[in-house]
Design a binder for this molecule. Structure first.
Ligand SMILES: Cc1ncc(COP(=O)(O)O)c(C=O)c1O
Length: 373
C-alpha cells in the first residue's frame, strides 16, 4: 500500500465535521442566503474602533503576531481583576478546547458532557481517543448536578458545561454552579464555556476564583463582541494550567490584526452595551414572530433564540428545510427532545423580517409533509 500511514486512531475517526458552514450550504444551493441567522454570529457587528485597529494593522501584516499576546492578556486581566498569568489567549474557544483536551485526555480517558450540547468539544475528545459520557438535559437546561455525578461514576477528567447553553439559550445562576463545585470529583476539571455570558442576566457568570484549580472558564470575542471571523478566545484559570497550554499551543496561531482588534473591542464597552441592547430587542422580536405563527420561543440568555416547533425532530427539520429553501439560514439542536426546536440568531430588523416572511410557508410545508407521512 502507498500513501501516508495514518494512526489507528485517525483511521477510526469518521470523516465528519461538527458543523456544515453556511458557505458550504450556499455552494450546494447554488445561491447565497438572504438572511444568515444560523451560526450565532453577531450581525450587529463589531466596534468601529476594532475595525479601524484591524485596518491599520493590515499594513503590518508582514509581521507575525506577538506569540505571548501580552497586550491583550494584560487588558483582559485588568478587565477581570486577575493577573495575566491567569489568562491564555487562543484561536477562539474552539482552538482552546482542542489544546485543553490535548493536555488532559489520552486514549480511553473519560469526559462528561450533555447529550446534544456544543459538539466541538466532543469532536476534539474523539480526536484524542477519549471516551464521551453524556447526561440528558433537564427542562431544556444542562444539568450540572447530574453531570458532576456522572463524572464521579465514570472517573472523568473533564466535565463540559456551557452556561449559557448552546443550542437552547438556557442558563443557570453562576452561584449555583459555584456552590455545586464541592460535588465535582477530585481530579476532574470543570470546563465552563461562557461563550455567551455577556448576553446573560447579571449573576450568570460563576463566581469562581481564577486560582481555583478545579475550574477553567472560556470566553470569546466571537459573540457579544461580534468578531467571529477574527478567531479570538481566551481562558481564565489557575496559572499552572494556563502555563501548561504553552506546551501544546500554536505559538504563532494568533492573527496580528485580530490581536489589536480584540484589544480595541474590549476597550469599547459602550459599543458592547448598545449591541447587548439590540440583542435584547431582537430576542423579543424573534419571540413575537414565533407567537404570530403559533409557536413558543424559549427564554434566552444568548444572542439566539430556540423556537419550539411543537412536535418532534422530524417536524422541526422540515421547518428548517423550508426556511433554508427560502434563503433563511438557521440551525437546530442535534439531539431529542431539544431537536423539536429551531435556533435563530439575533440580528437587525431586515434579517428578522426576512425570517418572519418565510416562516409561515415553511410551517405550511412541514405540516403538509407531516400529514402526507
Ligand atoms: C457554546 C459555544 N462555545 C464555543 C463556541 C465557539 O467559540 P469561538 O468562536 O470562540 O471558537 C460557540 C460558537 O457557536 C458556542 O456556541
Amino acid at each position: 500500500m502507498t500513501g501516508p500511514r495514518y494512526t489507528p486512531l485517525a483511521l477510526s475517526l469518521p470523516a465528519t465535521v461538527p458543523f456544515v458552514g453556511p458557505e458550504t450550504q450556499e455552494r450546494a444551493r447554488g445561491q447565497g442566503f438572504a438572511a444568515r441567522l444560523g451560526a450565532n454570529e453577531n450581525i450587529f457587528g463589531p466596534s468601529p474602533k476594532a475595525v479601524e485597529a484591524m485596518a491599520k494593522a493590515a499594513a503590518e501584516i508582514w509581521k507575525y503576531g506577538d506569540a505571548e499576546n501580552i497586550d491583550l492578556r494584560h487588558a483582559l486581566a485588568a478587565h477581570h481583576g486577575v493577573s495575566p498569568a491567569h489568562i491564555i489567549v487562543g484561536e477562539g474557544i474552539d482552538g482552546l478546547l482542542g489544546y485543553l483536551v490535548r493536555l488532559l485526555v489520552g486514549a480511553g480517558d473519560a469526559v462528561v458532557t450533555s447529550l446534544g450540547a456544543y459538539p466541538t468539544f466532543n469532536y476534539h475528545v474523539a480526536g484524542f481517543g477519549g471516551v464521551i459520557h453524556t447526561v440528558p438535559y433537564r427542562d431544556d437546561r444542562e444539568d450540572y448536578e447530574a453531570l458532576f455525578a456522572r463524572a464521579a461514576e465514570a472517573d472523568a477528567k473533564i466535565v463540559y458545561l456551557a452556561n449559557p447553553d448552546n443550542p437552547m439559550g438556557s442558563w443557570h445562576k453562576g452561584a449555583g454552579i459555584a456552590a455545586a463545585l464541592d460535588q465535582l470529583p477530585a481530579g476532574c476539571l470543570l470546563l465552563l464555556d461562557e461563550a455567551y455570558v455577556e448576553c446573560a442576566p447579571e449573576g450568570t457568570a460563576a463566581p469562581v476564583s481564577a486560582d481555583d484549580a478545579r475550574v477553567i472558564r472560556m470566553r470569546t470575542f466571537s459573540k457579544a463582541y461580534a468578531m467571529a471571523g477574527a478567531r479570538v478566545g481566551y481562558a481564565i484559570g489557575h496559572p499552572d494550567l494556563i502555563a501548561a497550554f504553552n506546551k501544546v499551543r500554536n505559538h504563532f496561531g494568533m492573527n496580528r490584526a485580530a490581536q489589536v482588534g480584540a484589544l480595541a473591542a474590549l476597550q469599547d464597552q459602550d459599543w458592547l452595551d448598545q449591541v447587548l441592547a439590540q440583542i435584547g430587542a431582537a430576542r423579543l422580536r424573534i419571540a413575537e414572530i414565533a407567537a404570530e405563527n403559533g409557536l413558543a420561543a424559549l427564554p434566552s440568555a444568548t444572542n439566539f433564540v430556540a423556537i419550539d416547533c411543537g412536535r418532534d425532530g422530524v417536524f422541526a427539520k422540515a421547518v428548517l428545510d423550508g426556511l433554508v429553501d427560502q434563503g433563511i439560514f438557521v440551525r437546530m439542536p442535534f439531539a431529542g427532545p431539544q431537536n423539536r426546536c429551531i435556533r435563530v440568531s439575533c440580528g437587525p430588523e431586515a434579517e428578522l423580517s426576512a425570517f418572519a416572511a418565510a416562516l409561515p410557508e415553511a410551517l405550511t410545508r412541514a405540516l403538509a409533509a407531516a400529514r402526507a407521512g
